[in-house]
Design a protein around this ligand. Structure first.
Ligand SMILES: Nc1ncnc2c1ncn2[C@@H]1O[C@H](COP(=O)(O)OP(=O)(O)OP(=O)(O)O)[C@@H](O)[C@H]1O
Length: 258
């Protein structure tokens, strides 16, 4: 399997706190990779570094062998990295369909002027975007909720909608930040089925941050464990479950400087 994502010697400091300390990872194409660690370990910071929200102090991020370090978030999204957020970020007053349409329009590549001067092209492109979004929402099981306000959806459906929004940009790599946060066992089991389904349907590679160990252990091919911004273990779910350092890491500590 070839690598989709390669991170080399990544460092990120916030003042005196070394949030990411010489971090390396290789994500194989077609794999589901888990990123776990105690609160404050640096997991979301890594997502923010991959997606261009933060710039690293040093180190490199390669996506399909292309150096994307320091690129802007929209450039990285257009290259094929989609993400969801720890706290659901939907337009709660807009409908389910509108939420996905807005995401899909990032790909539309025209402005008001070209929409007016090339109206025929604009109209057929709009039709295509709408049809693609409808198809996507049918696939993720929200096809019967198109006009419902996103904020009125049950929590599990809001998570699905967030994933659908990320999928609207046709990512090759999907970053999921705690998709099962706030879910009970039953809900998180359903979510696992959903993630496996979209993973296969859209031929994805997934990097997932998750605190629910049952989710991580049941879905991931490989896991990287982070503590104080450093990798303390890598391996299959079985190997990670037995790792002494991993068990100790969950007992806590303080942030250190680089
Ligand atoms: N923008 C920021 N400014 C200052 N410090 C930050 C910033 N973002 C993250 N940090 C610090 O970096 C460290 C890593 O935070 P991060 O949110 O990446 O951890 P995490 O592993 O995702 O935690 P959690 O599981 O609680 O979400 C923490 O000490 C945090 O306080």
């Amino acid at each position: 399997m070839s690598q989709v994502l390669e991170i080399n010697s990544l460092v990120k400091r916030f003042g005196g706190v070394c949030a990411i300390d010489n971090f390396n990872i290789d994500i194989k194409k077609g794999s589901i990779h888990g990123l776990i660690g105690p609160n404050g370990a640096g997991k979301t910071t890594i997502f923010n570094l991959i997606t261009g929200i933060y710039k690293p102090d040093s180190g490199k991020v390669l996506f399909n062998n292309e150096d994307i370090t320091g690129k802007k978030p929209y450039e990285i999204a257009n290259l094929g990295i989609g993400r969801t957020f720890q706290n659901i970020r939907l337009f709660s007053q807009l409908s389910v369909l509108e939420n996905v349409l807005i995401a899909a329009h990032k790909d539309a590549n025209y402005n008001l002027l070209t929409a007016v001067t090339h109206f025929g092209h604009f109209k057929s492109k709009e039709k295509h975007i709408r049809e693609t979004c409808l198809e996507l929402l049918n696939i993720v099981g929200l096809g019967d909720r198109l006009v419902e306000k996103a904020g009125n959806l049950p929590y599990g459906h809001q998570r699905k909608l967030e994933i659908a929004r990320a999928l609207a940009l046709k990512p090759k790599l999907l970053l999921l930040d705690e998709p099962a946060a706030g879910m009970n066992k039953e809900e998180s089991k359903e979510l696992v089925g959903f993630i496996k389904y979209v993973y296969e349907k859209f031929d994805l590679t997934i990097l997932m941050i998750e605190h629910h160990m049952d989710v991580v252990m049941s879905i991931c091919d490989e896991i990287t464990v982070l503590n104080f911004g450093k990798t303390i273990a890598k391996g299959t779910p079985k190997e990670i479950q037995k790792d002494k350092q991993v068990i100790e890491a969950y007992l806590g500590g303080e942030n250190k400087s680089c």
